[in-house]
Structure formats: structure tokens, C-alpha cells
Write a protein that binds this ligand. Structure first.
Ligand SMILES: [Zn+2]
Length: 451
């Protein structure tokens, strides 16, 4: 028995974690839709669940955990981009998956046990739809198959909302083909130039929610321990996963603990592709080490919104550089239960960081045990994974740029701006930014600094 407590969206309270089988802890986390460069909002979810995975490993051992994170490689958004850019779907999904994997590595996230791709499970998805239709839990209309909400009495339990409120408050796809506005798509017909698979209801593709039900059951069983994802997935995605799986399997719960991380905002506005205020992980990685991003994303409690701005990165960078003064190579076995208990309390990273600062202060005065504990505590949250030289080198790279070159570029940018060529001006700013130089326009002057 562990003392791990986690906030559970299903019960609305902070619950003691009791696994179904301590010898096989099961966790499913909704992974990326591979249609565009992952942004820092995606990064937050990745890192939060990586931290939870690390805690579970410490409590139960790697071999006793099955952690599944899927890859959505068939989706309307992917098809849309493919048509718009005239690039094949395969190329888009494989390119973005590569970028995603690189980001994951740079952010020092551990590899899940399984990373199934949706398109490898179409057969199983078709089977599940057939089963739902047979049980009168789904219906076919004009090549579409819908899940029948009225056939599942617990709909809305996870999001804790009444059906009428759900209809009023959400972006529900309106369609004359549906019996109830909340009925959701299990299968939709594909146009000739779109990817599709043959089925009894015609050539088409599965609805998005279905893949998670199928892949979680395949690897974790009909009921498993933890299901995670960003807060934006709670409704309708997770609610629909529960409806499909529980209705089809006649079970009460799909997962016992539903964990959701809060939104990432950008200067207080929700970061999302549709608002156009996203920052990709790759872009931030050009400027900052993955550990800096990791620290920044863990600085607030995972359930709280986190505002992403230049300050948070600067602060994390300064902290990391300070902490690296006490970096020692090699892992050590030491009792670190006092600081670890902060993480057991619903992954309380702000408290953990406060304790880390305390440990640092004692260790920097020469206390050897504290120094060992400090190193161990840093590694536990996924930092201190690179040698000190790597960080130092990155710092030097930025400060070794010729100052005449910077001034010349700033001059070119001023000229471009006064000539009204803002495209060129932005290009120069980006080029400097890539080289670690931040510029700021102030009172008709341009100032610059190393980031
Ligand atoms: Zn999912």
C-alpha cells in the first residue's frame, strides 16, 4: 500500500491510490494527434504524466507498471492539413511523430510501455462498433454510425453535468442524422480522396473517441487504474470513452482514477491552435535546454492553470544553472522520503521545489548528505539527466556570438522597419532569437540581451 493521493475527476476528491493489482499497475494517457508540431501545452501534459509514471516506478517498480500512451494518426485535422498543403497523410503523420519523439526525449520523458498507433487497430474498432450495434447501443444512418446516448444511463458522470447542460454548453456537432444531439460518431464515411477502410456500413474511418476505448482494453483490460489527459479532454472525449467501453462491456467504471492537468495560458489566454497563440516545443528548445522547460512546466501544481511567458523560462533557467553548481555524476541510493512525500500528496511540485531550495541551501554550505539527497531529488523529477558541461556549453554558444554581427543585424532590421518591410524585420528578429539574442524596441531604440 502506498500513500499516494491523487485528485480524481471521477469522484471530485483527492483519493488514496489503491491499485487493482499492485503487481500490474495500469495507466492510459491520451497522446498526441500527429498533425502539427506539438506545443508547450502538449508538453505540460507529457511532463505531468511522466512525473506520475516516475512516482509509480519508485513505489511499485518499472516491471510492475503498464503505461500506454496512444498516437492518433487518423483524424479530420490531419486530413485537412494534408489537403491544404498537398502533402500525403503518411508523410505528415510520420514527420510529426518524429518531431514528437524528439521533443519527448529532449524533455527527458520516459518511454511508455506501449505507444499504439490508431491506424493499427481499425479492425478492432470495427469489431467494437459491430458489438455496440448488436446491443442496440449504436445505430447506422446513411453510412454514419452513432453511439446512442440514451442507452447509457451514466452519461455525464465524469464531467458531473446534466445532459441538458452538456448540450447547451459545448460544441456539439449538429446533424440531422442523429437521434439526440449528444449522440456521437463512431464511424463516418470517407470521401474518395480521404483515407478509409472497408466496413459493413461502407468505406470510412472511425470517430476519434473509439481508438482510446479499443487500445486501452487491448493492453490494460476492461477496467484499469489510471486514465490521464489534459483538462480539455474531459468532455466530450473522456466522457465518450467511458460511455462506449462501459456500455459495451457492461462495466461500471473504465478507470478508477481520472487525472486531468490544467490549461496552459499564454499571457493569461488559453494556449490553443485555434487562437493562434501557440508556442511549439521545438521552438522553445532552440533557446532553452529541455530541463529548463521541464522545470518551468512543473513550477505550478498540475491542476492549476499555468501562464507561459518569458519570465517563467528565465527564472527556471537561472534556478537550473544555480542548482547545477551542486551537480554530481552518478545515481545514489538514499532515503529521501521526506521530500518525496510532497509528490505523494497529489504531485505537489510547488512544495517539492520549496524543499529542493532548502536542500540546496544546506548542501551548498558543505553538508554532504544533503548534497546526495539534493542530486537524488533533482533526478527524481527528471532533471540532472545531462552532464554539467552540456548546460555550460549551451550558455557559451549564446554568448560567443560576435557583437558586431548583432549590431549589424539590428541596423538591418531598423532599416527594414522604416521601409515598411515588416516581414524582413520579423525574419531578422527570429534569426537573432535562434542565436540566443532577444531584442526589445523601446523609445525609438532597439535594445538587445542574451536570453
Ligand atoms: Zn483518448
Amino acid at each position: 500500500m502506498s500513500n499516494l493521493k491523487i485528485s480524481n475527476s471521477l469522484t471530485g476528491s483527492k483519493d488514496l491510490f489503491k491499485p487493482i493489482d499492485p503487481k500490474n499497475i495500469t495507466m492510459y494517457v491520451c497522446g498526441p494527434t500527429v498533425y502539427a508540431d506539438p506545443h508547450v501545452g502538449n508538453g505540460r501534459s507529457l511532463i505531468v504524466f511522466d512525473l506520475l509514471y516516475r512516482i509509480l516506478i519508485k513505489l511499485y517498480g518499472t516491471k510492475n507498471i503498464t503505461y500506454v500512451r496512444n498516437i492518433t494518426d487518423v483524424d479530420d485535422k490531419i486530413i485537412e492539413i494534408s489537403k491544404k498543403k498537398n502533402i500525403s497523410i503518411d508523410k505528415i503523420t510520420s514527420d510529426i511523430t518524429k518531431i514528437f519523439n524528439r521533443n519527448v526525449k529532449d524533455l527527458n520523458c520516459l518511454k511508455p510501455t506501449k505507444e499504439p498507433k490508431a491506424t493499427d487497430y481499425i479492425k478492432e474498432m470495427i469489431k467494437m462498433i459491430e458489438s455496440l450495434i448488436k446491443k442496440n447501443l449504436a445505430y447506422v444512418n446513411n453510412g454514419h454510425v452513432y453511439f446512442l446516448i440514451s442507452g447509457f444511463k451514466n452519461y455525464g458522470k465524469l464531467s458531473n453535468k446534466k445532459l441538458d447542460d452538456l448540450v447547451a454548453g459545448s460544441r456539439i456537432e449538429i446533424s440531422k442524422l442523429k437521434k439526440n444531439p449528444l449522440d456521437f460518431i463512431l464511424w463516418k464515411p470517407a470521401l474518395i480522396d480521404e483515407p478509409g477502410w472497408e466496413s459493413t456500413w461502407g468505406r470510412g474511418r472511425p470517430g476519434w473517441h473509439l481508438e482510446c476505448s479499443v487500445m486501452s482494453e487491448k493492453y490494460l483490460g476492461k477496467t484499469f487504474d489510471i486514465h490521464g489527459g489534459g483538462l480539455d479532454l474531459l468532455f466530450p472525449h473522456h466522457e465518450n470513452e467511458i460511455a462506449q467501453s462501459c456500455a459495451n462491456n457492461s462495466t461500471d467504471v473504465l478507470a478508477n482514477y481520472w487525472v486531468h492537468n490544467g490549461f496552459l495560458t499564454m499571457n493569461k489566454e488559453k494556449m490553443s491552435k485555434s487562437l493562434g497563440n501557440i508556442e511549439t516545443i521545438s521552438k522553445v528548445l532552440e533557446m532553452y535546454n529541455g530541463q529548463v522547460i521541464r522545470l518551468a512546466l512543473l513550477s505550478a501544481h498540475y491542476k492549476q492553470p499555468l501562464d507561459w511567458n518569458a519570465n517563467i523560462l528565465k527564472q527556471s533557467k537561472a534556478t537550473l544553472e544555480k542548482w547545477y553548481e551542486l551537480y554530481d555524476e552518478g545515481e545514489s541510493e538514499i532515503d529521501n522520503s521526506e521530500i518525496f512525500s510532497c509528490l505523494l500528496d497529489d504531485l505537489n511540485t510547488p512544495k517539492y521545489f520549496a524543499k529542493l531550495h532548502e536542500l540546496y541551501n544546506i548542501a551548498s554550505k558543505g553538508d554532504k548528505t544533503s548534497r546526495v539527497k539534493f542530486n537524488d531529488a533533482c533526478r527524481l523529477i527528471g532533471i540532472f539527466n545531462q552532464k554539467k558541461e552540456v548546460l555550460v556549453k549551451q550558455k557559451q554558444d549564446a554568448s560567443s556570438i560576435d557583437k558586431n554581427y548583432i549590431l549589424q543585424k539590428i541596423e538591418e532590421r531598423i532599416k527594414a522597419r522604416s521601409a515598411g518591410d515588416f516581414k524582413l524585420a520579423d525574419k531578422i528578429r527570429d534569426e537573432l532569437s535562434k542565436n540566443g539574442i532577444a531584442i526589445k524596441d523601446k523609445d525609438n531604440r532597439t535594445e538587445w540581451e542574451y536570453k
